[in-house]
Design a protein around this ligand. Structure first.
Ligand SMILES: NC(=O)c1ccc[n+]([C@@H]2O[C@H](COP(=O)([O-])OP(=O)(O)OC[C@H]3O[C@@H](n4cnc5c(N)ncnc54)[C@H](O)[C@@H]3O)[C@@H](O)[C@H]2O)c1
Length: 262
């Protein structure tokens, strides 16, 4: 039996074929899930991609529009009743704020980033709460910049810290109905959001050598962990941050010599 057979849920954040959410949608579909996709304001690729995995529905949902989000969640409920998973794969910070450093972050940019990257997770969970099946799974995406200073990550790091904290509190609230909430902290991947970060190209180039597993990660690595988190295999895991980063986050100092272990 496929891991997500009989399960139906919502995946946000597919903007093109490089999106982490797209790989998650593909892997979930291959594993028997019925998938509803939501997108923000960019619809250039979403319908074409949705048809490749026979997504059961595609809905527009700009998370800065609370009315639109409420309507989207109600449409899901009226057509599908309940859902078994929700994937939050949405983030935003303006290029200017990222470049400027935290100390020069604009108030408007800060609030917008928090609204899109953090509050939207809480608001989706609030809207879906009555329609989540017992044993449903909420999954969101973060980065090491939530825990440590990562060059160029700046405002996004603050937003990801808040997201990881929200995940814990949501896990506590949702746990009342045996619903779980977990974060995947992914290593850098070449996506639209990724390449918008200062230092991204340099990071991809140099990072693999510093990881215990000397390889950068791919969208598929994240998708396989999301599959585990959406499946019944992870039933008693909640409030966690799972690092999918070839082990980069466990390293302290490093030396080229340490890679000579036979
Ligand atoms: N790419 C990386 O290196 C990396 C690493 C760790 C975590 N992440 C996280 O993974 C998630 C997905 O990003 P990605 O790398 O796949 O990039 P992506 O650009 O493919 O996805 C980002 C998504 O956010 C959506 N979005 C932005 N504003 C929105 C709004 N107002 N309403 C609705 N949707 C909106 C975009 O439409 C897009 O689909 C993000 O949370 C990102 O921070 C990415």
């Amino acid at each position: 039996m496929k891991l997500l057979e009989g399960k139906c849920g919502v995946i946000t954040g597919v903007v093109n074929h490089r999106s982490i959410a797209w790989e998650i949608a593909k892997v979930f579909s291959e594993n028997g899930a019925q998938i509803i996709l939501t997108y923000g304001n960019e619809d250039r690729w979403i319908f074409k991609l949705a048809s490749k995995i026979n997504a059961v529905k595609v809905l527009k949902c700009d998370v800065t529009n609370s009315e639109e989000m409420k309507e989207t969640c109600e449409k899901v409920q009226s057509e599908f009743g309940t859902i078994d998973f929700f994937v939050h794969s949405i983030a935003y910070a303006s290029g200017n704020d990222l470049k400027a450093g935290v100390i020069n972050t604009s108030k408007a940019g800060f609030l917008k980033s928090m609204e899109i990257s953090v509050f939207s997770l809480i608001e989706f969970c609030h809207n879906f709460y009555p329609f989540f099946n017992n044993n449903a799974s909420v999954i969101s995406l973060s980065y090491l910049g939530a825990e440590r200073v990562c060059a160029g990550y700046n405002l996004m790091g603050i937003a990801k810290s808040a997201l990881e904290s929200a995940n814990k509190y949501l896990a506590n609230d949702l746990g009342e109905k045996q619903i779980r909430s977990n974060v995947i902290s992914a290593g850098p991947v070449r996506t639209l959001a990724g390449i918008g970060l200062p230092n991204f190209a340099e990071m991809i180039e140099k990072r693999a050598a510093l990881c215990p597993i000397k390889q950068n990660i791919t969208q598929q690595d994240v998708a396989k962990t999301a599959l585990f988190l959406a499946s019944n295999l992870s039933e008693r895991i909640t409030g966690e941050v799972l690092h999918v980063d070839s082990g980069y986050s466990v390293m302290g100092t490093w030396s080229e010599k340490s890679s000579e272990v036979k």
